[in-house]
Design a protein around this ligand. Structure first.
Ligand SMILES: NC(=O)c1ccc[n+]([C@@H]2O[C@H](COP(=O)([O-])OP(=O)(O)OC[C@H]3O[C@@H](n4cnc5c(N)ncnc54)[C@H](OP(=O)(O)O)[C@@H]3O)[C@@H](O)[C@H]2O)c1
Length: 257
């Protein structure tokens, strides 16, 4: 019997070789039935019933995901909110419009708040569940190029901590995972593009990116499967008294205590 046999999970942002794809694969390997979401539908979907095409930065998109999860799975035991990201707007912080700020908060904060609000009533009713919000080390160490993103991830961390305190008495554990540089398929593409632009090899380009975030003592970015391992632990019964905690996975790049 596998550790998560019979558990029903929703993972947002589960395609394109990102962290969500690794989390979906790892939870599935542990026995869970996993519904994943993304805006675009991948060509090679193994089971269309376990995918919802929706933009979770919008109320309608979240409602569609929640409805599909409750209808198709009959309830939810695990929610891993992975969707997030930043657009680097040129021109510095004063050039950012209300729209820029609202977009970053819609993607990085409200998507999670709305999905939790839609799914938590059924989790409360069953008296058990586990939620993980994926934030970023930028919530502690913000970069000047992604100001709204870092602010939204800070807000997500604060929200998650508060939610954890309110949900624990109802049998639902909430935690955050805070990655540093993770070499997803998208990040690998960035490394290749930088290597081509600078006329250097990929190791040199990767090191340039690591240096730009202050270096990584481990000497390499994390892999998506390493983040998935941590998430899987946190939603499993092995983490049964871990509540409202932030788990940094960054190869040592965050030097604060
Ligand atoms: N990679 C890193 O180095 C790193 C570091 C720190 C924190 N993080 C955090 O980790 C999380 C995952 O990052 P990642 O690098 O794995 O992302 P990614 O590789 O860009 O993957 C993003 C996934 O989310 C989906 N997606 C994006 N926007 C969406 C939306 N509005 N609605 C629904 N689906 C959406 C994408 O599919 P579609 O494009 O088809 O929608 C894709 O499946 C994010 O919260 C990010 O902030 C990542």
């Amino acid at each position: 019997m596998s550790e998560l046999d019979g558990r029903r999970a929703v993972v947002t942002g589960g395609t394109r070789g990102g962290i969500g794809a690794a989390v979906s694969a790892r939870l599935t390997a542990a026995g869970a039935t996993v519904i994943t979401t993304a805006r675009s539908t991948p060509a090679d979907l193994p089971d269309p019933e376990l995918f919802v095409a929706a933009d979770v930065s919008t109320p309608d998109g979240v409602a569609r995901v929640a409805r599909a999860a409750l209808d198709r799975l009959g309830g939810v035991d695990i929610v891993v909110h992975v969707v997030g990201g930043s657009r680097q707007e040129p021109g510095g912080v004063l050039a950012l419009s209300d729209h820029d700020w609202q977009h970053e908060f819609a993607v990085n904060l409200f998507s999670a708040v709305r999905l939790d609000r839609a799914l938590l009533p059924s989790m409360i009713e069953q008296g058990r569940g586990a939620i993980v919000h994926v934030t970023s080390v930028q919530r502690r160490v913000p970069l000047p190029t992604t100001v709204p993103y870092a602010a939204a991830k800070s807000a997500l961390t604060s929200y998650s901590k508060n939610l954890a305190g309110q949900m624990a008495p109802k049998g639902i554990r909430v935690n955050t995972v805070s990655p540093g540089f993770v070499e997803t398929a998208g990040a690998s593409g960035m490394v290749s593009a930088l290597a081509a632009a600078d006329g250097v090899d990929e190791d040199t380009a990767r090191r340039t990116i690591m240096d730009s975030i202050g270096g990584i003592p481990l000497g390499r970015p994390a892999r998506p499967d390493e983040v998935a391992e941590l998430v899987t632990f946190l939603v499993s019964d092995r983490a049964s008294s871990i509540v409202g905690a932030e788990h940094v996975i960054d190869g040592g790049s965050t030097r604060t205590i």
